[in-house]
Design a protein around this ligand. Structure first.
Ligand SMILES: [Zn+2]
Ligand SMILES: [Zn+2]
Length: 279
């Protein structure tokens, strides 16, 4: 059974609807999938319904921004129940992320006549194009030539998301577990590809102590060595091993020659250790 436990829809920054994700997963021969939108769980009900028609198991998921030392890490939560505390944390992360753009436009409006906070508040973008409202707005106002070029302003104006008040990772992990779910470190290569094997193991030990239940060992940009280290670490510590493509539809389909489409990471469920899938 092939799985992909890291997919985005247009409820965050992907281009696809939940139904299109289910259909694409079916075409790719996937049997278990999870939509893990950034700080948003709205896609799940529609995804589940659509997956049932295709005979695919849909796992409830979300990707939450949280603080760990000098980084904002992404934690994937799976198979959690409705829980006010967890939902409050998810909403808080979503609001912090949106606030980066609100603050940016406010600061930029002092330098650029073409943007204003009021105009931004009323601005609507086509979610089918993926990405976030802020970068679409900057592109439309002619302040960037390409969609992601707009990101440079966030750093320039002190609105880099590292500056924002995301919840500490231990708090997020606890809330996930209190809701009966599992907390998995997303794409370790995005954060630790420069680390030595020893350095990586040290950080994984610490993250385990903070409440991480598993690692996304199989991911498009996880190198061979890093994957091996993470798999060994999970096996040694009886932790969950997951696989995800981070597919966003047409948005960021290929980055630095690496593919991120749905099913790009072909992982067999037998190589994983997914406690939340009852077979
Ligand atoms: Zn991520
Ligand atoms: Zn993601």
């Amino acid at each position: 059974m092939m799985v992909d436990l890291h997919i985005h829809t247009y409820f965050s920054d992907g281009t696809m609807s939940p139904e299109e994700v289910a259909r694409d997963a079916y075409k790719k021969g996937l049997k278990v999938i999870a939509v893990t939108d950034h700080n948003n769980i709205e896609a799940y009900d529609r995804l589940k319904k659509s997956c049932e028609e295709y005979g695919i198991i849909a796992i409830r998921g979300v990707e939450i921004d949280c603080k760990y030392k000098d980084k904002v890490l992404h934690v994937l939560a799976y198979d959690f129940k409705d829980d006010k505390n967890l939902f409050d944390l998810i909403n808080k992360s979503r609001n912090e992320l949106l606030k980066t753009s609100v603050d940016l436009i406010d600061r930029m409006s002092k330098d650029f006549n073409e943007v204003s906070s009021e105009d931004y508040a009323n601005y609507e973008y086509d979610r089918r194009k993926g990405a976030w409202k802020g970068v679409h707005y900057l592109l439309e106002k002619g302040l960037s030539q390409k969609l992601l070029d707009g990101l440079k302003y966030y750093k320039e104006y002190g609105c880099d998301y590292i500056e924002y008040d995301f919840s500490p990772i231990e708090k997020v992990c606890k809330a996930i577990k209190d809701a009966g779910g599992y907390a998995v470190l997303a794409h370790p290569s995005n954060f630790y590809s420069e680390f030595s094997k020893e350095g990586l193991i040290k950080v994984l030990e610490d993250l385990k102590d903070k409440g991480i239940d598993g690692i996304e060992c199989y991911y498009p940009s996880n190198g061979e060595e890093l994957t091996k280290t993470c798999v060994e670490f999970c096996k040694k510590n009886d932790m969950i091993i997951t696989a995800g493509s981070d597919g966003h539809g047409e948005f960021t389909k290929t980055i630095k020659n690496i593919d991120y489409y749905i099913g790009a990471v072909k992982a067999n469920i037998d190589d994983l250790n997914l406690r939340f899938i009852k077979r």
